[in-house]
Design a protein around this ligand. Sequence first.
Ligand code: PBG
Length: 331
Amino acid sequence: MTNGSTIIEPFKRLRRLRMTDAFRSMVRETELSVKDFIYPLFVVPGTNVKHEIGSMPGVYHFSIDQLVRECADVYALGIPAVILFGIPEHKDEVGSEAYAPDGIVQRAVRAIKKEVPKLIVVTDVCLCEYTSHGHCGIVRGEEIVNDESIALLAKEALSHAEAGADLIAPSDMFDGRIGAIRSILDANSFQNVPIMSYAAKYASGFYGPFREAADSTPAFGDRRSHQMDPANSDEALREVEQDILEGADIVMVKPALSYLDIIRRVKDRFAMPTAAYNVSGEYSMIKAAGRNGWIDEPRVMMEVLVSMKRAGADIILTYFAKDAAKLLKNI
Ligand code: PBG
């Protein structure tokens, strides 16, 4: 009692367990681990190339020789997996280099598996980096056609498996592609090569920096006829369900940060191994603000990554993987 007014002492004090580091860590619900990460890498033709991508500080184009060295570093940090994106020598209407046995990704996979055999090598399966028009499939007039495109994607997936890819990750969002890829892999004795589908992939402005990195900006139009409308949530569940029915082993939500609600719904509904793609724009925004001194970059990076895990992601594809691994290991 002071001055006639009553101070009500709270009986319940949620702050008790926040008072010390020891208590905070004892009751922490979500823990990030380096084992959660898949590190995206861009491979280009040539030798001795390590060229920083302007819109993505700290991310590089690597020629295969340099890529292998990078993979050894990544593995030494405890990061279990990389996902490869290839930028070919030549592009054409049908993205021929995407499924050429000696294409850039196929050669890169062989080189990595030879030198760093225990690193999981994931390959992104799409045509957009390989087509002259920058679309993810075959174009007829204004239409990006579905069925002919998935036949080529299946061919691409098979060529990746033949090169030794450990996990196949189709990122196109055409209908029926998971089934087509599962069938061709099974028919060629790759029953044990799993598929991580970009199952709920949105038509997002957050891919901007990636399109510079992968040189895959569409020459006309956009990707809204196959990627999802950012306004939709139930539809994401239908997409994910379909991919599971067709044989997806891991399902991915992409982008991550503006879609944490989708990650949570997918995890709750299907209880599948669930991946989140912390995409290029999400990375570049934090890097840019950090460089300007507007935010504490390492702190925001960890906050963003843990939010994805808290939302239900088991796996996080992130350009921050190396930075976060170093922070987690205090190096
Ligand atoms: C398509 C693909 C894209 C990304 C991964 N795979 C780009 C797109 O759909 O336009 C984006 C990744 C990122 O922004 O980090 N091959």
